[in-house]
Design a protein around this ligand. Structure first.
Ligand code: 3PG
Length: 311
């Protein structure tokens, strides 16, 4: 009978919800810590290409050590796997460095307000590049997303074009990354955690030569002296924290992507941005005008309408 059936299945359903809940809460908390240390580092040391590279290097190293010491089981991969990972890694690298460049130019909250417009990019890419169509309410939900982001952008006190474009490029790149990764993880012999580890390693290989070309060791060394003299030796811990937390939050997000639909993932991601926007405004005393906040709120609300419409 139905109630018996429900009773028998209740614990596992509930357990699954608790598990996803723990993943989400961990993901958001790690992400808030990452965003704070990343911005503290960028304020003292404005070399986003290097800090993006260090985040990937740190994650790659952590995973290589975990595999070598068998804390985590190394994935069995072949050339096919790495080939299919390449487009994901290209998108991940572009999205990551663009977001970091953005945050080096504008407030963390502003970058994340623009990044809350990611669902709009997802719909536009799916529609115009993949030829997928959606029900009308999905398109309508783009109006508050795009309108809210636009309102927040034009009323932003410290608007900067590079900061704005960086967040927009990151949105576009991450839409491709998410589409490719969910596909790549589908026939999976590789877990979410190891998939993200391989992604870090490949992205690190792609990003390093560009970081050297754009910024380079000379700038890094000179800037490092200045940062250490201003902040003191604890500056190195800030760099370590931004790098470690970058890997951890992404790893947890890929572990959850493994278990949930891309839609649930994107709702979780938007809720993550609310916690980042609010906490970074408090911590960095970011000035916000009411109209600016209204734009952000409309954009975030639009994302919720989008998720409802898509369901
Ligand atoms: C990055 O550095 O990759 C960005 O902060 C990523 O942003 P997201 O994971 O919040 O989309």
């Amino acid at each position: 009978d139905r109630s018996e059936f429900e009773a028998a299945n209740a614990p596992s359903e509930a357990a699954k919800k608790v598990k996803i809940g723990i993943y989400f809460a961990t993901w958001w908390a790690l992400n808030v810590v990452f965003n704070i240390y990343n911005k503290k580092v960028l304020n003292a040391y404005p070399y986003p290409w290097l800090t993006s590279t260090l985040s990937l290097a740190c994650g790659s190293l952590m995973m290589l050590i975990s595999w070598a010491t068998r804390i985590a089981e190394a994935p069995k991969t072949d050339l096919e796997f790495w080939k299919s990972l390449l487009p994901v890694a290209v998108a991940h690298t572009i999205g990551h460095v663009a977001a970091t460049v953005s945050m080096s130019k504008v407030a963390v909250s502003f970058t994340h307000i623009i990044k809350s417009g990611e669902p709009a990019f997802s719909v536009l890419v799916s529609r115009f590049i993949l030829g997928e169509t959606f029900p009308v309410p999905v398109y309508l939900s783009l109006i508050p997303i795009i309108g809210g982001c636009a309102l927040a952008a034009v009323t932003e006190l410290n608007f900067n074009m590079t900061g704005f474009m960086g967040a927009m490029i990151s949105n576009l790149a991450f839409v491709f990354r998410n589409i490719f990764s969910k596909k790549g993880m589908k026939g999976k012999s590789v877990s979410g955690m190891n998939y993200y580890a391989c992604l870090s390693i490949l992205s690190l290989a792609l990003l390093t030569p560009f970081a050297i070309a754009v910024e380079g060791p000379q700038m890094w060394a000179a800037g490092w002296q200045t940062a250490i003299s201003q902040i003191g030796p604890q500056f190195i811990w800030w760099v370590a924290a931004q790098s470690v937390f970058y890997h951890l939050y992404n790893q947890v997000s890929y572990m959850s992507l493994d278990e949930i639909s891309p839609l649930t993932f994107s709702i979780g991601n938007t809720m993550k941005r609310i916690s980042v926007i609010v906490s970074s405004i408090i911590i960095f005393h970011t000035p916000v005008q009411p109209i600016n906040g209204l734009g952000a709120a409309i954009a975030v609300l639009g994302t919720f309408l989008y998720s409802q419409a898509k369901q």
